[in-house]
Design a protein around this ligand. Structure first.
Ligand SMILES: C[S@@+](CC[C@H](N)C(=O)[O-])C[C@H]1O[C@@H](n2cnc3c(N)ncnc32)[C@H](O)[C@@H]1O
Length: 229
């Protein structure tokens, strides 16, 4: 008889102390601030947001635990990069906001504008509401599925999404509800060309491709005039 194979070794992940996390985040923040100029007020809002994120992360899985020391370079920078592409607007809607990227970062920069966040996970939605209230950001949190938020989408000048769904799925979610003038800004990674090809088979749309200054192959797709084929 063959001996039983050895059980797989448990992966050892070193738990970071709060001091370790604070030190990593300070370096990470400095890296992002070398690349992006933000006002003192915006920075104060972002600092408080990240502080709340780290506190909540101890009990709610908001982001991948292993990336907690890289919140600024992984998430805030990506969101700032998308925010830079947005024209002036009154009301934006961020789909599948998760821990608030890019929605809460956009709201932190465009203070005074309304940025609604749609997030179906109740715990994440509670976190988003806490940050909105604490940092005094404009907008509402819809703890619901995007499919059930037609009114929010109908009144949006701008729709954003990151790491939510493929382009053809995103177009399917927004197209029935948005106004003809609404512009969508979707952050996409290296596979964006395949996603554009797949979406083009099903949808007609106008598109501006904004290359990322942060990562080769990543883009923000600015999309409008969406209609089914
Ligand atoms: C991969 S996370 C991305 C979060 C964030 N946008 C980011 O870039 O870090 C996708 C989020 O979308 C939410 N989500 C997925 N499908 C949704 C739907 N149909 N309606 C509302 N939220 C949804 C999930 O709960 C999850 O928090």
């Amino acid at each position: 008889m063959r001996p039983n194979p050895a059980p797989p070794q448990k992966q050892r992940t070193k738990r970071l102390s709060s001091q370790d996390v604070a030190a990593l985040l300070a370096e990470d923040r400095a890296r992002v601030l070398e690349q992006f100029t933000v006002s003192r007020e915006t920075l104060a809002r972002l600092d408080r947001y990240v502080e709340l994120l780290v506190t909540w992360q101890a009990r709610v899985n908001l982001i991948a635990a292993s990336t907690i020391g890289e919140v600024w370079t992984r998430h805030v920078a990506d969101s700032l990069s998308l925010e830079r592409r947005l024209p002036p607007f009154q009301r934006a809607v961020d789909l599948g906001s998760g821990a608030g990227f890019p929605g809460l970062v956009i709201a932190s920069v465009r203070n005074g504008a309304t940025v609604d966040l749609i997030e179906s996970n109740a715990k994440k939605a509670a976190f988003l509401r806490t940050v909105q209230r604490d940092v005094d950001l404009g907008g509402a949190v819809h703890a619901a599925r995007i499919e059930d938020c037609c009114a929010a989408l109908a009144s949006a000048d701008i729709v954003t999404a990151r790491a939510l769904a493929s382009l053809d799925q995103l177009l399917g979610l927004v197209a029935p509800h948005i106004a003809p003038t609404t512009r969508c800004f979707f952050a996409k990674g290296r596979s964006h060309e395949q996603e554009i090809n797949a979406a083009t088979a099903l949808w007609r749309f106008s598109m501006v491709k904004h290359e990322s200054e942060l990562e080769d192959g990543s883009v923000v797709l600015e999309i409008g005039d969406i209609a089914p084929r």
